[in-house]
Structures are given as structure tokens and as C-alpha cells.
Write a protein that binds this ligand. Structure first.
Ligand SMILES: [Ca+2]
Ligand SMILES: [Ca+2]
Ligand SMILES: [Ca+2]
Length: 179
């Protein structure tokens, strides 16, 4: 069941991607956060690192674009809810959208590409998406057991809990800022 709690988390994630806050997910939103993230982690426009952030946000947009049922170039909150409802109920091993989303998100967080998300990378990503530095710190404390970096396996678990779990005690609920 797509419970009120899952819906609330889905709305939180939508809000995070809707960088200009117009209530729609569009390509422009991700262009905007590309710049924010580069600034937050100290990457210069025109560098190879900047191009790779751009490429990853393009990959994220391709995933989001697939959820645009009426293909008008805008993903509404209703279209987003329909997709997240499906993803939250599908078998973990067979949901392609979920798998692609986790993979792309991991690479977006891991800006220095060392295979781990450091506290700095995590909080930079959240602030680039409009979360306050204080809330970003709170999130990191909640998801990192020992204050150390987040591995790919851990990220998979956290994302799965965020998208699929109705248990309010799961650490993954805090993945995209306090809800
Ligand atoms: Ca928008
Ligand atoms: Ca649409
Ligand atoms: Ca890293």
C-alpha cells in the first residue's frame, strides 16, 4: 500500500529535485542543481569533473523523463506519485527504475569518485538541492552509524528504506533531509 508516510517521503524527494520550486520536474531543475553542486564541492565550470556531474544529472533526467506519462516534458507531482507507488510495491530485484535511480544517485553524491560518499560530499549534495546546512548535518548523523563515509551497499539499503519502507524508525527515512 502507498501509505501516507511513503507519500510524504515521495513528496520530499520531489521537492528536492524541483530546484526552482514551480511544482514540476523539468530539465531546467537539474541544470540548476548541477551548478549548485559544482559550487558546493569546488568544481569549476568547464572542467572534466564538471562535465561528469552534468552527464550524471542528464542520466538522472532520463530516468525522471520516463515517468512523464503524458510526455509534456514536465513531471507533475501526480505522475511522480504514480511512479513511486509502483516502485515502492515492486519486487526489489525486478524494479529497473529503482536500480537505475540508486546507481545514478550514488555517483551524483560521490563527486570525487572514490567509491564512498564522504560527510562533505553528502552535505554538499543536500545543500545544492536546497536543504539547509543544519538539516544536512542532521541527515548525515542519522544515516551514518559512526560518522564515516557511506558505501555503495549502505546507500542501496538507505535508498530502499526511503522509497519502500513504511517503518518510521528506519535511518534511511532521513536520506533527503528531515521529513
Ligand atoms: Ca521545477
Ligand atoms: Ca507530464
Ligand atoms: Ca567520495
Amino acid at each position: 500500500m502507498f501509505t501516507a508516510f511513503l507519500r510524504k517521503k515521495a513528496a520530499r524527494q520531489f521537492e528536492l529535485f524541483d530546484a526552482d520550486g514551480n511544482g514540476l520536474l523539468q530539465r531546467d531543475d537539474l541544470d540548476r542543481v548541477t551548478g549548485n553542486l559544482a559550487t558546493a564541492v569546488g568544481i569549476y565550470v568547464g572542467s572534466n569533473e564538471y562535465s561528469s556531474i552534468q552527464a550524471r544529472y542528464s542520466a538522472l533526467w532520463e530516468i525522471i523523463e520516463d515517468l512523464d506519462v503524458d510526455q509534456d516534458g514536465k513531471v507533475t507531482l501526480d505522475e511522480w506519485f504514480s511512479a513511486l507507488e509502483r516502485i515502492s510495491q515492486a519486487d526489489e530485484d525486478y524494479d529497473l527504475t529503482f536500480g537505475r535511480m540508486v546507481e545514478v544517485l550514488f555517483h551524483l553524491f560521490d563527486t570525487d569518485q572514490d567509491g564512498f560518499i564522504s560527510p562533505f560530499e553528502f552535505t554538499s549534495w543536500l545543500t545544492a538541492h536546497g536543504v539547509s546546512p543544519t538539516d544536512a548535518e542532521k541527515s548525515f548523523s542519522a544515516i551514518s552509524k559512526d560518522g564515516g563515509s557511506i558505501s555503495r551497499g549502505r546507500m542501496l539499503q538507505l535508498t530502499s528504506d526511503f522509497i519502500r519502507s513504511d517503518d518510521p524508525s528506519k535511518e534511511g527515512n532521513m536520506l533527503f533531509g528531515p521529513i
